[in-house]
Design a protein around this ligand. Structure first.
Ligand SMILES: Nc1ncnc2c1ncn2[C@@H]1O[C@H](COP(=O)(O)OP(=O)(O)OP(=O)(O)O)[C@@H](O)[C@H]1O
Ligand SMILES: O=P(O)(O)OC[C@H]1O[C@](O)(CO)[C@@H](O)[C@@H]1O
Ligand SMILES: [Mg+2]
Length: 510
């Protein structure tokens, strides 16, 4: 086995036979010599006495790719999460803190609760602080004392009891605050920006040689964090979106030529819109940032609306907030950003509703009634549902086990249904997006029977180039497919799928 570490990102990579690669996470012992270890208190915890194999084997890793071919390499693996026989902190020594950053997401309170209860019930830790109001709270606000009693029923509430914010990431001030307060475990809950912030905090802590474990718990209803199966809160958001879609459907089917338009969150990734559409069955057309669309002419949205109204008398359109931004920008220019530097988007739901109304009014062939529903914040301000609560609990416990075991600079996440520790750079280097050449998007198209908005060119479907949103392109001008997923159909020479091949999709594979 070979170990290579250390460009700027301090990658710890272990290689093995048959193309095995472990992308390992840092450990406190990487930069602090002679750290003492202690038996894990869980070894004498009656709740675990009956559990065989409760402790994770030191060599357990989880493959990123589960679909493999006979002669293919075994690929990238991540360290399996869970309790270790030996820990690197004594119970009384631990002084933990928790911070939540970025937008709200169902389940934040559950994760906070379970970190507190996990630290206290499993490891006997009593010194736990809440950081008030996101990263800037480290240096500009008082802390909140946390214990199991304080957090007992917070999982029933939406939002975060700690408060959150965008911007205000001052690495030096944050690490000074961690050092001054004697904090040695930092639990950071947030999205892609937050994990980038966590990564630089970890680097600074390492530079200073501090015995401080930094653990990230990825949060985003957009589900745009790469590598992991799904982020917590996503299922709840999709479920909540059903109410808005239902309302749009009821309104639309109650009138002649009724159209319901629902805008859902998803800045750069259309996962919420895609899953809400697949779950509902009432949606006729789903528009996402990754799939450019156009309005006028053959194969365009207006033509499809007219067709659907003639067939069914009503229709429902779900649009992700980041969809069609280039089209909106033609009439409304804005380069505004939020405090974290995220681009503020135009209201595409409102824009498209006006466009559709205008079109049918001008055309005078068909009178329509359009209702626009914008449940944006309603789907993320709710408490998490049952399955997300379980998800949050396991993520929180995994983070606690990891920090106690001395791992640092990691994000916890489900990879192929197993909990893992993933190096920060892996989850921050790109955003997870719907890959429209993947089978999931094909399944959606099959379910809604909507147009693909690709135009025929020499018998081959192609995206209308000028309408591809430029802000969606990655560095090389190419979207990266979610690596663990196989493209659903083979590519034609110019990188575009042929319509015929799509229909031959093998749907037997889940
Ligand atoms: N590259 C970065 N380096 C350091 N800190 C960052 C970086 N990007 C974002 N942050 C900080 O992380 C915090 C959260 O970032 P952001 O507002 O982008 O939300 P997020 O974590 O991406 O969540 P959401 O999914 O809601 O957008 C902010 O305090 C921001 O200042
Ligand atoms: O209005 P806010 O709170 O800045 O957040 C809006 C953004 O946050 C997200 O919900 C991600 O957390 C995006 O879907 C959305 O664009
Ligand atoms: Mg973000």
């Amino acid at each position: 086995m070979g170990l290579s570490s250390g460009d700027g990102t301090r990658m710890k990579v272990v290689t093995g036979d048959a193309g095995y690669v472990l992308e390992d996470v840092p450990h406190l012992s990487d930069y602090i010599a002679d750290l003492p270890t202690y038996p894990n208190p869980l070894r004498s915890n009656p709740a675990y006495a009956v559990v065989k194999q409760y402790f994770v084997h030191v060599d357990d890793t989880v493959p990123q790719k589960v679909v493999v071919h006979k002669d293919g390499p075994r690929g990238i693996h991540f360290r399996r999460a869970g309790p270790r026989q030996q820990v690197y902190f004594e119970t009384d020594e631990v002084h933990a803190c928790i911070v939540t950053c970025g937008g709200l997401c169902p389940g934040l309170n559950t994760v906070i609760r379970e970190i507190v209860c996990g630290l206290n019930y499993m490891y006997g830790v009593t010194k736990i602080l809440g950081i008030d109001g996101g990263y800037r709270g480290f240096y500009s606000k008082n802390t909140i004392t946390l214990n199991p009693k304080v957090v007992n029923d917070i999982h029933k509430r939406g939002g975060t009891i700690l408060g959150t914010s965008r911007g205000g990431h001052d690495t030096m001030k944050i690490v000074d605050s961690i050092q001054d307060r004697g904090i040695n475990q930092v639990y950071i809950i947030g999205g892609d920006g937050t994990q980038k912030g966590a990564s630089v905090i970890y680097e600074e802590i390492r530079q200073r040689g501090l015995k401080v474990a930094v653990a990230g718990i990825p949060k985003t209803i957009d589900n745009d964090i790469p590598v992991i199966d799904k982020s917590f809160g996503f299922d709840t958001a999709v479920e909540e979106a059903q109410r808005a879609i239902n309302a749009a459907h009821v309104e639309a089917e109650s009138v002649e030529n009724g159209i319901g338009v629902v805008k859902l969150m998803g800045r750069y990734s259309g996962f919420i819109a895609m899953y809400a559409t697949l779950a509902s069955r009432d949606v006729d057309c789903c528009l996402i940032p990754e799939s450019p669309f156009f309005l006028e002419g053959k194969g365009g949205l207006y033509e499809f609306i007219e067709k659907r109204l003639k067939e069914n008398g009503h229709m429902v359109i779900v649009i992700a907030e980041g969809a069609g931004q280039d089209l909106v920008a033609e009439s409304l220019q804005s380069n505004q950003q939020d405090a974290s530097g995220n681009r503020l988007l135009q209201d595409v739901g409102l824009w498209i509703s006006h466009k559709i109304r205008d079109h049918f009014a001008r055309q005078q062939k068909m009178g329509i009634t359009l209702k626009y529903i914008d449940p944006t914040y309603m789907i993320r301000a709710v408490p998490s549902n049952a399955s997300d609560n379980v998800n949050c609990t396991l993520l929180a416990q995994s983070a606690v086990h990891g920090a106690m075991a001395g791992f640092t600079g990691f994000t916890v996440g489900l990879v192929n249904t197993r909990h893992t520790y993933i190096p920060f750079n892996r989850v921050t280097e790109r955003q997870n997006k719907v890959v429209i050449t993947d089978r999931m998007w094909a399944r959606l198209l099959s379910s809604t029977n909507q147009p693909s908005f690709l135009v025929l060119k020499d018998g081959v479907e192609e995206a209308k180039e000028e309408e591809e949103p430029s802000f969606l392109r990655s560095k090389n001008g190419v979207e990266e497919a979610k690596e663990e997923e196989e493209p659903s159909f083979s590519r034609s020479k110019n990188g575009v799928e042929e319509a015929k091949e799509k229909k031959g999709l093998d749907v037997r594979e889940a």
